[in-house]
Design a protein around this ligand. Sequence first.
Ligand SMILES: Nc1ncnc2c1ncn2[C@@H]1O[C@H](COP(=O)(O)OP(=O)(O)OP(=O)(O)O)[C@@H](O)[C@H]1O
Ligand SMILES: [Mg+2]
Length: 262
Amino acid sequence: MITSSAPTSLSLPPQVEPSIQIRNLNFHYGEGDLFKQVLFDINLEIYSGQIVILTGPSGSGKTTLLTLIGALRTIQDGSLQILGQELKGLAPKKLVQIRKNIGFIFQAHNLFYSLTARQNVMMSTDLYPNSGSVTPKNKAADILAQLGLADRVDYKPHALSGGQKQRVAIARALVNRPNLILADEPTAALDKKSGRDVVTLMQKMAREEGITILMVTHDNRILDVADRIINLVDGNLESDNIINDFSASHDGSGVDSRTFML
Ligand SMILES: Nc1ncnc2c1ncn2[C@@H]1O[C@H](COP(=O)(O)OP(=O)(O)OP(=O)(O)O)[C@@H](O)[C@H]1O
Ligand SMILES: [Mg+2]
């Protein structure tokens, strides 16, 4: 299945801007005695419509990298562009704008316990009201149904299982059809079928709507949805494998870009 273990480069330059472009990115926590560098000279370009899986041992820097890409941490050294916008040195207000294009799915689902599943999802649709005749209420119910929660729309989190809560969090991240989805172990709490349903929906969105998905996972059961698997070890990009032949796996509608490793 995996075609190479060496960094892959393709000869033709991409025609569109990458969703994510990282150049010489370093990152550390702490200062003085507590200084600890966790990312070392990361260079990476990811184009739209692909599912990229980020793997690596515990502590290798995966979540740190994801939060930097999500404009949730300050870039210290190097360059990181999201959807054509450089994040380094960007004012907090602008960072908030950037985050509106990103759907986050984290391991801790962070649901509001006083709200129903539908109301939790609507927190997103309320934030970013959208075009069309579909009401936020229906949009929220729709996406919940797609995730197998049609009969749980009006339940509050305390009456949902761990996996169901995670699916509500996933629905909230997906409901506004963001350009980019960043997911940190999104299927960790799910059983095999729920995990598969979640990644199948993500795959559909990547394919049909050109949404870029960067997902951290240790879940071997879902590796097959990846177009590309990147491995981070001790803060270094160790390997980058193109899995699916991008042109063969896309019908060309809505997606016209490829993924490259520098
Ligand atoms: N806020 C923080 N302050 C100081 N050190 C931190 C902080 N967050 C993470 N670290 C350290 O940075 C390194 C990378 O952490 P990170 O959470 O990015 O790893 P990870 O690859 O996501 O691991 P896991 O698979 O266990 O989630 C670890 O050594 C961790 O202890
Ligand atoms: Mg992590």
